[in-house]
Design a protein around this ligand. Structure first.
Ligand code: IFM
Length: 492
C-alpha cells in the first residue's frame, strides 16, 4: 500500500531554538534567556541570543524548504517577540516578521502550521508567577488573539501548546528546563491545569477571531509503550502502560489528553493525587474540552512492555547494544505505529506526527559535506511504521521531521544536532546534509521507496528481556478502567 496522496510531508522548528535576535526585530527576554544566563543550567553556558540567526536568514531558509519539497513547515511564534512584556504593548516589527515569513512560505507552496507556545514564556510574566498565576489564562488568550487577528487570513492550522508535559514538569518539577523550579506536586498540578485552560481558551479565541475556518490541535510528547510481541495480552499491556497515570510522573498521555478529548482527568491519576489536585471551576472542563480538529504528537522513543503471568504489565529493559541516539534515547520505530494506534483508538480523532527525528553529533567531512547515514536509517524506519498506521486506516494526516535545521537543544545547548540542514553556528552557513537529499527524494516519491514496515523494527520476541519495573499495587479505579501501568521512562 502507499501513503495517502494528500499526506502532509513536513519539517518543524521552534522560535527560541532558531531565531536569535537583532536590533531591527528585537524580542523581550523569555524565561529561557534567563535560564541560559544562569551558570550551570545549559551545557557549557550556551545561549540562544544568536541561535541560527533565522531572524535574518529566513528567506534563505524558506528557499531551502522549497528546494526540499516540503508541503508544510511547522513554526512557533515567540510570545516575547510579539508582546515583549507578555501583555499590553504589541511589537509590530515582531508581528511583521511572522507575517512576512508566512507570505514567503505560501509563495513557496508551503503551508504554515503555527504553534502558539513552544516554551519561550515572556520573563516579565514569570516574574508575576508565570504558569502558576491563574491570570496566565487571560494573558495567553490576549496573546493568541493578537496573533490570530494578524495571521489567520493566511494561516489555517494552529497548535496551541507544544509538549505541555515538558514545559510544566521539566520546568517546574525537576527544574531541568526554564524556569528551573522544583515545586511541590500541588503547584505542578495547578500549573498543568492552567496550561490546559489556556489551551481551551486559545481554541475558543481562534474559532472566534479567525478569518477562515481553522484546524486546531495540541501537541503533547507522545508517551507510548510498545508490546514485546503482537499477542493480544501484550498489546493490552502496552495500551494500559501508554495511558497509565498512577506512576510517580505526570508524563502520561492520558493526563494531558483525556481532559482535552473527554472533558475529565483520568480517575487513575486523580485517585493517588486527591490531596494535591487543583481547584477545578464549574466551567473549567468545558473550556478545556472545546472540540478540536486533530491530536498532534511528538514521538522520539518508547518503552517496551509485556503481560506478566497474571496479565499484569511488566516493563522491560532493552537488550545490551540496543541502538541509542546521541542523547541516549533508545531508537524505537515501532513506537510511531503504536502511538498512532492507541491515540486513535482512545480519542477517535485525526492525528499528526508534529515532531520526530534523531540527535547526532554530525560534523562537516573533509569532502565539505555532512554525511548522516544514521539519520536516514532512523527516519526510514520510523516512516515505515507511520505507513503501517496509514495502511491500517488510522487517519494519520502528516509527518513533521524534527528539525529542518540544527538548533539550540534547550539544556543541551548546541551539543546535539537534529537537523536535515547543518548549521555552522559561528558563520551561520547552512549545509544540507545527506538526509536532506534523502528526505527530498522520499517526499518526491510519496514515501513509495521506503522499506516495508516489517523490516523497520528492532524489537524481537526472541530476545530475553529483563523486567525492570515490578507492577504497582492496583488502584480502586483499575476495576473500572483497564488503562493503567507505566510507559516510557523518558526525561522523568
Ligand atoms: O528540540 C526539542 C523540541 O523543542 C521539543 N521536542 C523535542 C525536541 C528534541 O528534544
Amino acid at each position: 500500500m502507499a501513503y495517502p496522496t494528500d499526506f502532509i510531508w513536513g519539517a518543524a522548528a521552534a522560535s527560541f531554538q532558531i531565531e536569535g535576535t537583532t536590533p531591527s526585530c528585537p524580542r523581550g527576554d523569555s524565561i529561557w534567556d534567563a535560564f541560559c544566563d544562569t551558570p550551570g543550567k545549559v551545557f557549557q553556558g550556551h545561549h540562544a541570543r544568536q541561535a541560527c540567526m533565522h531572524i535574518e536568514r529566513w528567506r534563505e531558509d524558506v528557499a531551502l524548504m522549497k528546494e526540499l519539497g516540503l508541503d508544510a513547515y511547522r513554526l512557533s511564534i515567540a510570545w516575547p517577540r510579539v508582546m515583549p512584556d507578555g501583555t499590553g504593548t504589541v511589537n509590530e516589527a515582531g508581528l511583521d516578521f511572522y507575517s512576512d515569513l508566512v507570505n514567503e512560505l505560501l509563495a513557496s507552496g508551503i503551508t504554515p502550521y503555527v504553534t502558539l507556545y513552544h516554551w519561550d514564556l515572556p520573563l516579565k510574566l514569570q516574574q508575576q508567577g508565570g504558569w502558576l498565576n491563574p491570570q496566565i489564562v487571560d494573558w495567553f488568550t490576549d496573546y493568541t488573539r493578537v496573533v490570530v487577528e494578524r495571521l489567520s487570513d493566511r494561516v489555517k492550522h494552529w497548535i496551541t501548546l507544544n509538549e505541555p508535559q515538558c514545559f510544566v514538569l521539566l520546568g517546574n518539577q525537576t527544574g531541568k528546563h526554564a524556569p528551573g523550579l522544583q515545586l511541590p506536586e500541588a503547584d505542578v498540578l495547578r500549573i498543568g491545569h492552567h496550561a490546559l485552560l489556556a489551551h481551551g481558551r486559545a481554541v475558543q479565541t481562534i474559532r472566534a477571531c479567525s478569518d477562515q475556518p481553522a484546524q486546531i490541535g495540541i501537541a503533547p510528547i507522545g508517551v507510548v509503550a510498545i508490546p514485546q510481541t503482537e499477542r493480544k495480552v501484550d498489546i493490552d499491556a502496552a495500551r494500559q502502560a501508554t495511558f497509565d497515570n498512577a506512576g510517580d510522573t505526570l508524563f502520561s498521555s492520558a493526563w494531558w489528553l483525556d481532559p482535552v478529548f473527554k472533558g475529565r482527568y483520568p480517575e487513575s491519576g486523580v485517585e493517588p493525587r486527591l490531596k494535591d489536585m487543583p481547584p477545578i471551576g464549574p466551567e473549567d472542563m468545558a473550556i478545556i474540552s472545546q472540540p478540536i480538529d486533530f491530536c498532534a504528537f511528538n514521538l522520539y522513543e518508547a518503552g517496551v512492555v509485556r503481560a506478566g503471568a497474571e496479565g499484569q504489565v511488566e516493563r522491560l529493559a532493552y537488550p545490551p547494544g540496543h541502538p541509542m541516539t546521541a542523547m541516549d534515547w533508545p531508537v524505537t520505530p515501532e513506537g510511531l505505529y503504536w502511538a498512532s494506534r492507541f491515540l486513535h483508538e482512545r480519542y477517535k480523532t485525526p492525528l499528526y506526527i508534529t515532531e520526530n527525528g534523531l540527535s547526532c553529533r554530525d560534523w562537516v567531512s573533509v569532502d565539505g559535506k555532512v554525511h548522516d547515514p544514521n539519520r536516514i536509517d532512523f527516519l526510514a524506519r520510523y516512516l515505515g511504521y507511520a505507513k503501517r498506521a496509514c495502511d491500517e486506516g488510522i487517519p494519520l494526516l502528516g509527518y513533521f521531521q524534527w528539525s529542518i535545521m540544527d538548533n539550540f537543544e534547550w539544556a543541551e545547548g548546541y551539543k546535539d544536532r537534529f537537523g536535515l540542514i547543518y548549521v555552522d553556528y559561528a558563520t551561520g552557513e547552512r549545509i544540507p546534509k545527506d538526509s536532506y537529499d534523502w528526505y527530498r527524494n522520499t517526499i518526491r516519491t510519496g514515501g513509495n521507496e521506503l522499506p516495508p514496515w516489517s523490516q523497520c523494527g528492532f524489537m524481537s520476541d526472541q530476545v530475553e528481556l529483563e523486567v525492570v519495573v515490578k507492577p504497582r499495587k492496583p488502584l480502586r479505579s483499575d476495576r473500572d478502567n483497564k488503562s493503567q501501568a507505566g510507559a516510557s521512562t523518558r526525561r522523568s
